[in-house]
Design a protein around this ligand. Structure first.
Ligand code: GRF
Length: 216
């Protein structure tokens, strides 16, 4: 049974598009049933509609509190029979009670190798810190911002002369690969949180090191 999944966005929606495209495969274990945007002008809304995915705008500015906004989001998720929720560039902090209600069914993508560089402006901060490798992380959401058991990560090299935009583009390409992978693992039941860690059934590997700069 394909698990009914919603994606919450606030803007461009390129990660959302990657998830929708992956879920276009009938063998993919999740089906994207709904896209919700808290911003009426989010470019991702048109992309979702173009794929025939149902969309809802729930403008947070119409609500006096975070709780009333989230109650409306919850109602929309429930009405659509949603079982899993993916945050994809969703720029609202969620309350502890919302996060707990969706415990282990709410996942997020963040453009850094967590736990490094939580919060915003990750690429500028990675460049300022002089790290040689950055990347992205998909994780189960916990109440503390950008924290929770890690499902998948991808590393990318920080190259000499990188600008924030150049690094962001390189990381984004990796995001588009790991988010569909992570959702596949969660929706199929292969990945599950055990304490602070995620256990993935049948995952064995050599653990090849990734060097940056490449070792001569
Ligand atoms: C991505 O970099 C994501 O990791 C971060 O916000 C950005 C959203 O981009 N949380 P998009 O809307 O998916 O194109």
């Amino acid at each position: 049974m394909r698990r009914k999944t919603a994606i919450l966005i606030s803007g461009r929606g390129s990660n959302m598009a990657a998830l929708i495209e992956a879920a276009g495969d009938p063998d993919y274990p999740a089906r994207i049933a709904l896209v919700i945007s808290n911003r009426p002008d989010a470019a991702g809304l048109d992309i979702a509609r173009g794929h025939g995915v149902k969309t809802r705008i729930i403008d947070h500015r119409r609500f006096e509190t975070r709780e009333t906004f989230e109650a409306e989001v919850d109602k929309a998720l429930e009405t659509a029979g949603v079982d899993l929720v993916c945050l994809a560039g969703f720029m609202r902090l969620l309350t502890e009670s919302f996060v707990k209600r969706w415990h282990d069914r709410l996942i997020n993508i963040h453009p850094s190798l967590l736990p490094a560089f939580r919060g915003v402006d990750t690429h500028a901060r990675a460049l300022a810190a002089g790290v040689k490798i950055s990347g992205c992380t998909v994780h189960f959401v916990r109440p503390e911002m950008d924290s929770g058991p890690i499902i998948a990560q991808a590393a990318v090299a920080v190259l000499p002369g990188d600008t924030e935009d150049a690094l962001a583009a390189r990381v984004l390409a990796a995001e588009h690969r790991i988010y569909p992978l992570a959702l596949r693992l969660v929706a199929s039941g292969r990945a599950r949180a055990v304490g602070e860690q995620v256990v993935i059934d049948g995952c064995v590997g050599e653990g090849a090191p990734l060097f940056s700069p490449p070792v001569e």
